[in-house]
Each structure stands twice: as structure tokens, then as C-alpha cells.
Design a protein around this ligand. Structure first.
Ligand SMILES: [Zn+2]
Ligand SMILES: [Zn+2]
Ligand SMILES: [Zn+2]
Length: 204
């Protein structure tokens, strides 16, 4: 019990620190966007990229502190679902409906942001970042990703099979670099571990 409370305090502090650093990094581009507000194209490009970057941060925080919370109790549904993914890595699915819904929402947001010509572009950036993350996680569990996204795959295999308390970034390794949670050793991932990661298993 005592340990849980201690963990909760540690995690809370770590989260606050991450959010503080994120604000420093992501507020500057927003100020820049305002500076460039005469040039609407540059304004929207900065907002879009900043929104995307903001998503990658949300992805990092959710994965590190919510999916892998050390202070949540074992029955917590978010933790349970994620643990299931860790032990059954090949059972990841993206349905056609999910993809279609996400693309449609993306189109709606982009068309609203081009019409309203304001900060909605930032939201569009977050959404596209989310969509890309969703697809990317699926890609990282397909064998061909070895050739196309070798570095992201290295991070994700490390997270799944070697160090679950490191390498939380899925669509981007940048926040692991900023917060010092990249792979702890430079050793390459062995063929054996890679084979285990990609190999499915039979259910009764
Ligand atoms: Zn995980
Ligand atoms: Zn399974
Ligand atoms: Zn995964």
C-alpha cells in the first residue's frame, strides 16, 4: 500500500516535469505562428506541425504513465488491455471501418480549418498525428516494417520484449530522446527476439 502511494507521487512528479518541458518546446512554435500571421500559409504550416508534435507527446504520456502505470491497481482496464497487447503482440487489427472513420474526420477537420482560417489547424494536426500513430502501431507489427521503419521498429521491439519501462514512443522516438527513456544499451536486437516478436500463437 505504502509503495503504491510512493509510486503515485513519483509518477505524478515525472508527469508534471514532462508536461512542463513539452510546454516549453511547443509554445515557442505557437508564438512563432502568431508572428507569421501575415503569411497565412506559414501560419497554418506551423500550427499543423505543432499539432502533430503535440499528438506525439500525448501518445508518449498516455503510453508511459497510463498504459504502464506503476501505481494503478492490477485490475485497471487500461493497464489490462495494454498488457494483453504486450503478451499477444501479433493480434493487432485495424478494421476498414476504423480507417474510414479516421480519414473522414481528418478531411472534415482539414476542410473546416481551411475555411475558418484560425487555430483549428492545430487540432487538425493533432488528429492527423493520431491517425498516423494508429496506423504506425499496426505497421510496426508487420514484418515488412523491418525494411521501412527500422529505427521505430527497434524501439518498439525493445519496448515489447526487452525493456517495457523504456521506448514509449510509437510514431516518433523524439520524446524518448528528450526524456531519456530510449534503449539503455546499444546492443542490436537478436534474430531470436525479433522472431519471437513477429511470431503469433494459436488459441484454443
Ligand atoms: Zn507498452
Ligand atoms: Zn493471443
Ligand atoms: Zn505494440
Amino acid at each position: 500500500m505504502k509503495n503504491l502511494t510512493a509510486n503515485r507521487i513519483i509518477e505524478f512528479r515525472q508527469q508534471i516535469k514532462c508536461i512542463g518541458i513539452f510546454f516549453l518546446i511547443c509554445i515557442v512554435p505557437l508564438a512563432l505562428a502568431n508572428w507569421f500571421s501575415e503569411n497565412r500559409l506559414v501560419f497554418h504550416i506551423i500550427l499543423f506541425i505543432d499539432g502533430w508534435l503535440t499528438w506525439t507527446f500525448i501518445e508518449y504520456i498516455l503510453h508511459r504513465f497510463w498504459n504502464h502505470s506503476k501505481s494503478a491497481d492490477k485490475q485497471n482496464a487500461i493497464v489490462q488491455r495494454h498488457l494483453h497487447h504486450h503478451t499477444h503482440p501479433t493480434e493487432i487489427k485495424v478494421t476498414g471501418k476504423q480507417r474510414l472513420a479516421m480519414v473522414l474526420i481528418g478531411f472534415v477537420l482539414i476542410s473546416i480549418s481551411s475555411r475558418t482560417d484560425n487555430f483549428i489547424t492545430f487540432l487538425a494536426g493533432i488528429w492527423i498525428g493520431f491517425f498516423w500513430f494508429f496506423m504506425m502501431h499496426y505497421f510496426l507489427h508487420q514484418r515488412w516494417s523491418k525494411k521501412v521503419f527500422p529505427r521505430l521498429l527497434e524501439y518498439h521491439i525493445t519496448h515489447h520484449c526487452k525493456e517495457p519501462d523504456r521506448c514509449f514512443g510509437i510514431s516518433c522516438t523524439c520524446w524518448d530522446l528528450v526524456f531519456g527513456t530510449g534503449p539503455s544499451s546499444k546492443k542490436l536486437i537478436s534474430e531470436k527476439v525479433t522472431a519471437f516478436y513477429f511470431k503469433g500463437h494459436k488459441h484454443d
